[in-house]
Design a protein around this ligand. Structure first.
Ligand code: HEM
Length: 186
């Protein structure tokens, strides 16, 4: 997986729990304490999963709590800072989610062997979207955590219903009662 994922995990841990905790997590994942990761490098998926497992143990969080915390941080803090141009001009949660497939394809275009998650979309009704997550990694928890993060980012109460292992039904608030507004960062 791209190094930016580990970079974001590290930022989250250091910001909220301190540098020492990050060293403990690296150690618990069987990695040297001084190990650094650059944003663009490819990190073996097993290494990322070992870091997430170690994080869950050291922070006493269930995998679901961890996925929610990471998903929210990823969308509301990290990518907002590191991939700022992708947020430009987007005013609501549905627009943002509909761009996700294209964004994941684009951010990894120049990275050999990158296998980003892909998404497909199917409208069931004016406010109801079936979004399918496609990744060989099967990180459905992180997908859900990031979706909840999108609701927080745009201050929109999204109803999210898991349909099966890779599909969710997202119900957006009525356009007439639109509360989506970018959080003043654009
Ligand atoms: C502008 C916002 C975003 C950017 C720039 C971005 C970019 C990325 C990048 C570069 C990766 C690593 C891909 C790889 O190494 O193969 C990734 C992983 C991931 N992203 Fe995003 N992402 C964004 C928002 C989202 C949102 C909103 C969701 C869910 C609705 C999401 C779901 C995921 C998941 C689940 C992964 C883990 C890798 C996998 O499942 O295969 N991302 N993203």
């Amino acid at each position: 997986m791209k190094g930016c994922i580990v970079d974001a995990i590290r930022d989250l841990v250091v910001e909220h729990f301190g540098q020492e905790k990050w060293y403990d997590i690296l150690d618990g994942a069987g990695l040297p304490v001084g190990k650094t990761f650059s944003v663009g490098e490819n990190i073996p998926d097993e290494t990322v999963l070992a870091i997430l497992n170690s994080m869950s143990r050291h922070l006493n969080m269930t995998p679901e709590e961890l996925a929610d915390a990471f998903g929210e941080y990823w969308v509301t803090v990290y990518t907002r800072k590191v991939y700022k141009p992708y947020y430009r001009g987007i005013t609501n949660a549905r627009e943002f989610l509909l761009k996700m497939d294209e964004i994941h394809r684009r951010v990894t275009t120049n990275i050999p062997e990158a296998r980003p998650p892909r998404f497909s979309y199917q409208w069931e009704g004016p406010n109801t979207l079936i979004m399918t997550y496609k990744s060989h990694r099967g990180l459905m928890g992180i997908f859900l955590g990031a979706l909840k993060g999108v609701g927080k980012l745009f201050n929109t109460p999204l109803e999210i219903e898991v349909l099966d292992g890779n599909r969710v039904r997202i119900t957006f608030p009525n356009f007439s009662g639109e509360v989506d507004k970018p959080g003043g960062f654009l």
